[in-house]
Design a protein around this ligand. Structure first.
Ligand SMILES: O=C1C[C@@](O)(C(=O)O)C[C@@H](O)[C@@H]1O
Length: 758
């Protein structure tokens, strides 16, 4: 597989920016070429992040006394075997492909002198033991993972590992989204937020932790002026254990409406760099901080992204001034996002901000995206117009983080009043059987309400034998998109529907790469060129020739009641649901180079699985129960059909890392004997390569299985099992993103829909 070498700075052993420590470490990482990864190809991502091959150095876990089991959990998440060693100098070339554990007391002796090209050091510290992490180890390791022994949040470890080691990244996908929001939490102790975190974060793409607002209680009953690193670390850990959203780490200074003192800039470096080591996705770096410090943070940001921050509370700031352009220029130097926020006196200054926004965008197309709003009531209008990481509040928060902050629902209501968010009809198109399995209507209504969206949602039935029966729902002025459960073949749709086949001068509707390769679509996205909010546009414009034939040529549908500047795009969300479920507790690397067994009765049931497998770099797929058409096989990992017992035996006898590692079944209870046989056949063999448990995913509706649920059987045979419910919830997150353009976290989907529904 072709790779490109990219130089990425990784956080390494560090010193303060003013010290004479060596220059930032530059480490070679292999990043897959975009065009070869389904996830990148599509401009889409899984679980909120695009897949990359990441950091290839030997991962060394520094663990505390009595905590050696954490090494095996890291190894399991990464899908690697592990070894214990006594020092960093013992980590040689034989350790390649392994995770290595070194006891903290031993690691302290030579962590500073480790070979940075060869190893990446993670200080794993259990906060439950009552001691803060060792300061030297914190400072000298590349990263630090804080965890609690009980309950142990395996997902947090999978996420930390995938992110810090560069296997997933959220940033690209978020920046492609038409609108992004972050919620500024203002709790003195995040524990107060946790019971409501699912509802608080509906509509948010990231969660800001205002470190300066945290209040660490002291023994004498008072609060420390600045919360200690140990306290902040624990707060970050607690928050991250409970939300899958990227975090933004903010130490807002006193001059900019915060509480962090300004007399010692070094303090900021200490906290912000530690946040990078903790694997926080976004680091807010204020522009007033010394340039060498900002530069050093930027160059050592590893996988984290820097959000430069500038606030002006004087009331004298003017968007048309050369000062404003200078602030943008200086911010851009060391930032992945530039944030500029000011107090204004007159409503017209909102329009000045819009002019500023469009000017910097057109004059500096290469500059980082700009997130800019005005504060106070007068500035609220600008909060409805900003599209990149708009800060939002929520009624459940104790205080607003800045004057004039609005909630996502308030912003949407304002957009709606201004005619920027017209009411649309969104449909769940299902067959009779799936309709009873997933009554999603109340859930969608709950989401639309919570987000203050004016849309109307309805479940409608389609005639199983007639794909064209969906026409009347789609060919209407207010059509706002649909999900289809189950999805169906776009070829059959085009054949059966004059409305769809006549689109784009006869080329048909747009197709995303995923829908084209999989052959099945399960989402219809409406892309309206005139809608400034683009609330239902897809994250990327598909590259199919169909769409290109139409681009920019005015009215396209001959018989359509859809507005002429509207394009329908067929997408597939299921493959991402599958991939998100498979990578919930494992890093993508756990799948790379392994093989899979896929059971289904038709290739249509397996197509989305194949696409997910390709993105996960599965090396081979064994199939059972169906033949794979060549069009599907061309875009999938190499496929071998089990046609005899011998071929099955051959696969069973593979003893290296290419042995079957994951079984995905789409077969119903009537084929339970076959599913059980495969589970037994592959449960006990080939498990010696790493200590990672094999994975079983049941895509068939769980409700129909009763006692013989193959997930339970698989767990008894040593698999980690996931079910259709997990995939359905992740797929719903993806459909909502595509249809209403807003993020509804997985945990909320599971919570609001009720477990029994998924
Ligand atoms: O920078 C910002 C934006 C903000 O100041 C606002 O105006 O909404 C709120 C802060 O919490 C955040 O860090």
């Amino acid at each position: 597989m072709a790779t490109v070498q990219q130089l990425l700075a990784s956080p390494g052993a560090t010193a303060s920016p003013g010290s004479t420590a060596s220059s930032p470490k530059v480490v070679k990482m292999e990043i897959e070429r975009a065009s070869q990864s389904p996830s990148l190809h599509n401009g889409n991502a899984f679980g909120g992040g695009a897949l990359q091959t990441g950091d290839h150095r030997v991962v060394v876990i520094v663990y505390g006394q009595g905590q050696d089991q954490i090494v095996s959990v890291f190894a399991e998440v990464l899908g690697k075997p592990y070894k214990m060693r006594d020092s960093f100098k013992d980590v040689g070339h034989e350790e390649r492909g392994h995770v290595v554990g070194i006891l903290a007391a031993d690691a302290k002796l030579d962590v500073e002198f480790r070979n940075l090209e060869h190893v990446v050091a993670i200080n794993a510290h259990c906060t439950g033991l009552g001691m803060p992490p060792d300061l030297d180890l914190s400072a000298h390791c590349d990263y630090e993972f804080l965890y609690t022994e009980s309950p142990f949040f395996r997902r947090d470890l999978a996420r930390f590992t995938s992110f810090t080691l560069g296997q997933i990244s959220h940033h690209k996908e978020l920046m492609e989204k038409p609108r992004t929001y972050f919620i500024s939490t203002t709790f003195p102790d995040v524990r107060a937020a946790l019971p409501n975190i699912d509802i608080l974060t509906v509509g948010a793409d990231a969660v800001e932790i205002r470190v300066d607002l945290l209040r660490e209680p002291l023994a004498d009953g008072s609060f420390s002026q600045v919360p200690s690193l140990a306290y902040v670390g624990e707060q970050v850990m607690l928050l991250r254990q409970r939300t899958e959203l990227p975090l933004i780490f903010t130490t807002r200074c006193t001059r900019e409406n915060g509480r962090f003192p300004m007399d010692d800039p070094e303090l900021y470096y200490k906290y912000l760099y530690r946040a990078i080591q903790w694997g926080v996705e976004y680091i807010d770096v204020e522009l007033w901080l010394p340039e060498p410090m900002r530069q050093k943070l930027y160059e050592n940001r590893g996988s984290s992204r820097i959000m430069s921050a500038f606030h002006d509370f004087t009331g004298n700031f003017r968007w048309p001034s050369s000062y404003a352009y200078d602030v943008f220029r200086r911010s851009s130097q060391y930032a992945d996002i530039v944030k500029m926020i000011a107090i204004i006196n007159d409503h017209n200054e909102n329009f000045e901000l819009e002019y500023f926004r469009s000017k910097v965008r057109s004059e500096h197309p290469e500059a980082p995206p700009l997130s800019a709003v005005n504060m106070g009531e007068t500035g609220q209008f600008s909060r409805t117009l900003n599209k990149v990481f708009t800060p939002v509040t929520h009624p459940l928060l104790p205080i607003i983080a800045a004057p004039g902050q609005m909630s996502t629902a308030e912003i949407n209501a304002a957009l709606s009043l201004l005619g920027q968010l017209p009411k649309k009809n969104i449909y769940g198109i299902s067959s009779v059987a799936s309709r009873s399995a997933t009554p999603l209507a109340p859930f969608y209504e709950k989401c639309l309400n919570e987000l203050g969206l004016p849309h109307h949602f309805a479940i409608v039935e389609r005639h199983p034998g007639n794909p064209g029966s969906i026409e009347p729902f789609c060919n209407q002025k207010g059509f706002g998109g649909a999900y289809l459960d189950p999805g169906f073949s776009h070829h059959s749709l085009i054949k059966a529907s004059p409305f769809f086949s006549s689109m784009n001068n006869g080329s048909g509707p747009g197709l995303t790469e995923a829908a084209r390769v999989i052959g099945i679509f399960d989402t219809i996205v409406v892309h309206s060129a005139s809608s400034s909010t683009s609330n239902s546009s897809p994250p990327s414009v598909p590259s199919s020739p169909h769409r290109r034939a139409h681009d920019g040529h005015g009215p396209v549908y001959h018989h359509s009641a859809l507005p002429p500047n509207t394009t329908l795009i067929l997408d597939n969300a299921s493959w991402k649901g599958i991939m998100s479920a498979l990578t919930r507790d494992l890093a993508p690397s756990a799948y790379a180079g392994r093989s899979a067994v896929v059971l289904a009765s038709t290739s249509d049931d397996a197509a989305a699985v194949f696409y997910a497998m390709k993105a996960l770099r599965i090396a081979k797929i064994y199939t059972i129960g169906f033949r794979t058409p060549s069009s599907l096989a061309r875009n999938a990992p190499p496929i071998e059909q089990f046609i005899s017992l011998e071929s099955l035996q051959r696969a069973r006898s593979v003893a290296d890392e290419t042995a079957p590692f994951v079984i995905v079944s789409a077969l119903g209870p009537d084929k339970s004997h076959l599913v059980g046989m495969m589970i037994r056949a592959f449960g006990a063999v080939g498990g010696h390569v790493s200590n990672t448990k094999k994975v079983f995913l049941n895509l068939a509706d769980e409700a129909t299985w009763n006692k013989s649920d193959p997930g339970t059987v698989a767990e008894k045979s040593g698999f980690t099992a996931y079910g259709a419910a997990d995939v359905a919830a992740f797929t719903t997150v993806e459909s909502l993103r595509l249809l209403i353009g807003q993020n509804v976290p997985y945990s909320f989907v599971r919570l609001a829909s009720g477990r029994s529904l998924f």
